[in-house]
Design a binder for this molecule. Sequence first.
Ligand SMILES: [Zn+2]
Length: 396
Amino acid sequence: MSGKKSPRLLVATPEEIAKGKVADVYFVRSRQILESEGIRKRVRAEVFVKSLPRNWSWALFAGLNEVLELMEGHDVTIRSIPEGTHFRANFPVFEIEGDYLDFGIFETAILGLLCQASGIVTSAARCVKLADGRPILSFGARRMHPALAPMVERNAYIAGCSGVSAVKSAEVLGIEPTGTIPHALIILMGDSVAATMAFDEIIDPSVPRVALVDTFGDEKFESLAVAEAMGDKLAAVRLDTTSSRRGNFLRILQEVRWELDLRGWKGVKLIASGGINEKSIVNLNQVVNGYGIGTAISGGPTVDFSMDIIEIEGKPIAKRGKMSGSKELFRCRECLTDHVLPRGSDPPVCDSCGKKTAPLLVTYMEKGKLTVPYPDAEKIRSEVINHLKGLDVEPS
Ligand SMILES: [Zn+2]
């Protein structure tokens, strides 16, 4: 590979993004006009969403890590709800304050970072919640542009997924990548038993032995054959049954479970993959021990945040349909009801239950410098897992 030039993939480099090269041109033109008119004004702008995709009643906030990276060194102050916190439509989640000329051209990039990351983290968290403790491996890198794999899988991971498949994604997270055996290896090796035995011989023993059992033969007979060959070393079988052969996937899985159990392979777990979505998780939970999920996570809908000016030179002002002025967002610790009050207000008692509320917006950046140490992915992930206990998901 050495000496080969970088492929010309259609991506903007981080340097180009930092220079505002992915700004919508109307922001660039606005800057040109403001500069030639000599207009420099301190502006406060707020990010919120008018409605959530797919009738979600909540979404999780993500992408702040990259926004802070992008805005570091610019003379701006940023308040935001923490990553992994849930929010609902029409509540302020993020606020940026500074000279408009210092951040206006970054609106496109800031929104893009928040919209996509929040969509992915929410999609993943919904699957995690529905899987009810069963591990989910993120297999979605192949569904997205490869340049985005680290972002996609970082957000799948902080949502509570147990592992990520792409090597670079795992590297960014500081964890080992997770995977099983592809159909390609089985086809090249001849059959599932030969491929699994070779895997066992060659791959580091710390990697769980998970056989793929749907390549050439029936899932039941391949599972039994591989269990016989591998003995106690077999951790799980993965069923990725192609949709044209699937029929009733639950029944296939139940049959495999039955036959394995009957022969004493109760410890061999079942992993389901291939087009798994929220509804199939709920259907398969009764027999499946873990999932590999791609599109339902990485292709999650974007949360369509918008950024609106709410204050100029300290004076509240906003367009039609938007409440002006800087705000506080308070969340009830008991029933999780949110309350919005003008900036500087004391925490109210909850409208719904009368209990105490606490402020949610944190000042992360002042004059372009981080004001608090930013939590790592592991910390955010453990908070999300804890947080999810109080949230409901209707599979959609
Ligand atoms: Zn309450």
